[in-house]
Design a protein around this ligand. Structure first.
Ligand SMILES: NC(=O)c1ccc[n+]([C@@H]2O[C@H](COP(=O)([O-])OP(=O)(O)OC[C@H]3O[C@@H](n4cnc5c(N)ncnc54)[C@H](OP(=O)(O)O)[C@@H]3O)[C@@H](O)[C@H]2O)c1
Length: 244
């Protein structure tokens, strides 16, 4: 897979799955722009990739003004976006009974509203034949406890992807979903080891995922090798959704 001179934009590319994806695209020759809220994290990410092909932009996907600035930055570059990875997201675990309005709004503002309007504002800046990958989660099609609001945001992501795949097909733009299972990233740093081990034991492949494994799926779906794949939902979860 060769992405020489392709322009890739990854929201939430400063850590975890987004960072691993940025690294893989840069290795394959792409010019990559990553966003994130925290400028220190963006700087650390930039240092770890250490390539002139990587650019960073502080941008909070829950803020419409930041999304507009992102679109303006892309427009000012004079380049169209060939690959858009809508990855920025947060997870919060509460039972339905314990979910406050603040938790609900945080999840929806970042995972759904931010993703939706980033997509909307970048559509005019996508090249003909571009690829969009939306990062969902296996919980969008499952029924785990403590995941009600988060899972609902990810089901919304799946729905947005289906509509986008239909609406953008005339421009030969492919839209796909990658749905990771539990993956070893900063998002799960606080999860106690015994809980991670219990989750891993329930995975047919008996382990949790690595960010690079999710990145490989995102890169594949963005490549010419996936030229006839659009509207798909690719679970990258060691087989755990077999048992849902
Ligand atoms: N890790 C898992 O087990 C897992 C499983 C299924 C699905 N996912 C999904 O995969 C995606 C990436 O998760 P991850 O595990 O890589 O998370 P992570 O390690 O917490 O990294 C999240 C990235 O998104 C950025 N981000 C968060 N909120 C943002 C906002 N409002 N605006 C812009 N950037 C923002 C973070 O940077 P800042 O904090 O500096 O903004 C960071 O770069 C998420 O959509 C998540 O829901 C993860």
């Amino acid at each position: 897979m060769n992405f020489s001179d392709k322009n890739v934009l990854i929201t939430g590319g400063s850590a975890g799955i987004g960072l691993a994806t940025a690294k893989t695209f840069v290795e394959k020759g792409a010019n990559v722009l990553i966003t994130g809220r925290n400028t220190d994290t963006l700087q650390t990410a930039s240092g770890s990739i250490n390539s002139p092909k990587l650019k960073t932009l502080p941008s909070d996907t829950s803020k419409l003004t930041d999304i507009e600035l992102l679109a303006e930055t892309v427009a000012a570059s004079g380049n169209k976006v060939d690959v858009l990875v809508l990855n920025a997201g947060i997870a919060k675990q509460y039972s339905i009974e314990d979910t406050t309005e603040e938790v609900f709004d945080d999840l929806y503002n970042i995972n759904v509203k931010g993703l939706f309007f980033t997509l909307q504002k970048l559509i005019p800046h996508l090249s003909e034949g571009a690829s969009i990958v939306l990062i969902s989660s296996g919980v969008s099609v499952s029924g785990y406890a403590q995941m009600g609001a988060y899972a609902a945001t990810k089901s919304a992501v799946d729905a947005i992807a289906r509509t986008a795949a239909t609406e953008l097909a005339d421009r030969k733009i492919r839209v796909n979903v990658v749905a990771p299972g539990l993956t070893d990233t900063p998002m799960n740093q606080q999860t106690p080891a015994d809980i991670k081990n219990a989750i891993a034991a329930a995975v047919p492949l008996k382990r949790i995922g690595q960010a690079e494994e999710i990145a490989n799926a995102i890169v594949f779906l963005s490549s010419n090798e996936a030229s006839y794949i659009s509207g798909s939902y690719l679970a990258v979860d060691g087989g755990v959704t077999i048992r849902r």
